[in-house]
Design a protein around this ligand. Sequence first.
Ligand code: CO
Ligand code: CO
Ligand code: CO
Length: 335
Amino acid sequence: MADALSELPQTVHPDLLVGYNTADDAGVFRISENQALVQTVDFFPPIVDDPYQFGQIAAANALSDIYAMGGRPITALNIVGFPVSTLPSWVLTEVLRGGSEKIAESGAVLVGGHSIKDKELKYGVSVTGLIDPKRIITNAGAQIGDLLFLTKALGTGIISTGIKRNLVSDELTALVITQMAALNKTASELMIEHKATASTDITGFGLLGHACEMANGSGHTIRIFAGALPILPDALRLASEGVLTGGSNDNREFLQEKVSLASSLEQTMQEILYDPQTSGGLLIAIPADRAKSFRDALKKNNLPDKVVGRIERRETQQASLIIVESGDGSDIGAL
Ligand code: CO
Ligand code: CO
Ligand code: CO
């Protein structure tokens, strides 16, 4: 997508505050001094068997880009591709029921949508949110010394592959579906309250891909403490058995020159770092002096609360955007 867009003239407008050139999650357009629209769209084919759960996950995933910017979702439109000749209509009803429940939970209002006949089922949502133009949280604002938090566990790509191959228990299947269907609403509200400097949601490019966007956007290096990352149960074991998605290799190849991994880092942990996520958590940069109260707030809301990284000075233009160490960061006294 980025390559295709680079061939076209860039959109420039005085009220376009965040466009597609900064690899941010959603676009932001100012409509008055105190208000801007945050807009995003996302859709994909089913990643789980149950149509209702698929609808929930697809909607939560689309809403996430509004939350990553610190916006408040207000309206939503459904986007549907449906194979009328091969699937009964109740399947679509269930997909839309799952989606509308998540849209309602976000506080947004479903105002319509559009469907086409398609070879395979696809569903997603276009979401519009509101934000104060002075309080937009982008990829670009992270400051040296800020500490990083990640609000959902990694490994959804690996475990989804395991589910397709019948290698995952019912309990773990239910857990990962619940996590993917969970809104990033609370995490977003907490980061706004604690004046986060930067944030992105973790989706198809994996933790390192999205962390790279933040490092690049902010002009700094990100140090990741692999030992502190929240990881779904069994994800490491499945990765060690070669249960991976095709996307993780693409991510690794694309990021190779931008990332420096500690030699002590286990191979299976690397798979977690590159694993494409569906409806992943927010990666949030918080100034060090507010990190403790942010951590307490995450804990109180049952969200992963460990410091998973730190923003550091990039010594040269050639230096790595991401440095991953195997420890949990406690040796540097991160918190
Ligand atoms: Co995103
Ligand atoms: Co997106
Ligand atoms: Co992103």
